[in-house]
Design a protein around this ligand. Structure first.
Ligand SMILES: *Cc1c(COP(=O)(O)O)cnc(C)c1O
Length: 384
């Protein structure tokens, strides 16, 4: 392939929200206009309709929409009554919100290492972390497996360890909504699941949003109470400490339109990931998907030998190809979290990955010519 860049091509977007907007055409405008007409901006009819459709999509009994993925995680811990003295196990290689909600309720995050191929929670490290928590006098209470970059964590192993140790399982599928494990949607595993509709997530709205999924009938009224300032049967009776956790009606209206094309978008992302795998597998370590899983490719993340990544990012940037590094600092090295316990043997995989990973442009509107530009630029930068 002769691929010398003579004229400077337009920069490629990392995530193409404009392309999706164009495809949906006037449908979003009409949906938002309907809300502007009925004026029920909070708890409007679109919110209930969305919750019904989300639950059906996820194969969960209940979906409770809320204001963000972070609030979804927090609402679950609050509804369970997780408290000071409790240990909640979180992967160290994740977005900060997974662990951030644990100190909200006074509990202690305990960091767990991840696997080098899927980047998801390492079940052996979880066992080690449980021992560390007990040694420190903490009560092992819950585990938060994360479906990093769109691929479900090893739920078979984690659910088994959780059952043996009496841990509740809060699945963080902020990046993995729409993915499957053993043929079942994320959102249908564990005791409850949190997801996010931040615009850059696979199913995003036009602002902040999130949802909780659960099959637990008794948890639903508690979650709804937490979402509304801990209200009781009467709106102005407060039976617990809660929050303002509602999803805006306008965001629900946007999500209803986006949910209708979500399956097609997942298929487009998967096709793009396969193309990257085929074209880059000989020059870098391409993502590995567990045979029991499908991914929604929230990120397409490659691994390079230590010291190569930042040079690649600079070379791609010069050609108008954006990249991102998720995550440059693992949670147990973050200034606000470094004092919390971590699994016994240190977290060598999380530390190694934070120096090796880099994510390439990935979205449902990545057409073949644009993707070929990314591929050619990566190969050229790596001297292949
Ligand atoms: C984005 C994200 C969250 C938080 O979601 P927000 O809607 O941004 O609050 C939580 N966990 C993970 C793994 C995420 O990627």
């Amino acid at each position: 392939m002769t691929s010398h860049v003579t004229t400077k091509a337009a920069p490629i977007p990392f995530i193409d929200i404009v392309g999706q907007r164009a495809r949906l055409g006037s449908r979003i405008d009409e949906a938002v206009t309907r809300v502007l007409t009925h004026c029920r901006f909070v708890n409007g009819p679109e919110v209930t309709e969305l919750e019904t459709k989300l639950a059906a999509f996820a194969g969960a009994k209940h979906a409770i929409s809320c204001s963000s993925g972070t609030d979804a995680l927090a609402m679950i811990l609050m509804a369970w009554g997780v408290k000071a003295g409790d240990a909640v196990f979180c992967p160290a290689f994740t977005f900060c919100a997974t662990a951030e909600v644990v100190p909200y309720v006074g509990a202690t995050p305990v960091f767990v290492d991840v696997l080098p191929d899927t980047f998801n929670m390492d079940p052996e490290s979880l066992k080690a972390a449980i021992l560390v928590a007990k040694r420190e006098g903490l009560n092992p209470s819950a585990v938060i497996p994360v479906d990093l970059f769109g691929q479900p964590a090893d739920l078979d192993a984690i659910l088994a360890i959780a059952a043996e140790n009496g841990l509740k399982v809060l699945c963080d599928t902020a990046q993995g909504f729409g993915a499957t494990w053993n043929g079942r949607q994320t959102g249908s595993f564990g005791d409850a699941t949190a997801t996010s509709f931040f615009p850059a997530k696979p199913l995003g709205c036009y602002g902040d949003g999130g949802a909780v999924f659960t099959d637990d009938d008794d948890l639903v009224p508690v979650l709804k109470s937490v979402r509304e300032h801990g209200q009781g049967v009467d709106k102005y009776e407060n039976v617990r400490i809660g929050m303002t956790g509602r999803l805006d009606t306008i965001q629900a209206a946007v999500l209803l339109e986006k949910l209708a094309i979500f399956e097609e978008e997942i298929a487009a992302r998967d096709a793009a990931a396969r193309r990257y795998n085929a074209a880059l597998g000989d020059v870098c370590t391409v993502p590995v998907v567990d045979p029991r899983a499908t991914s929604v490719w929230a990120q397409y993340t490659i691994k390079l030998p230590h010291g190569v990544r930042d040079g690649l990012a600079a070379a791609l940037q010069a050609e108008g190809v954006p990249t991102a590094v998720y995550y440059r600092i693992p949670m147990h090295r973050q200034p606000a979290y470094a004092h919390y316990p971590a699994a016994g043997n240190g977290l060598p995989v999380s530390e190694q990955l934070s120096g090796e990973v880099i994510s390439l442009p990935m979205h449902a509107y990545l057409d073949a010519p644009t993707q070929d530009r990314v591929i050619a630029a990566v190969r050229r930068a790596l001297g292949k």
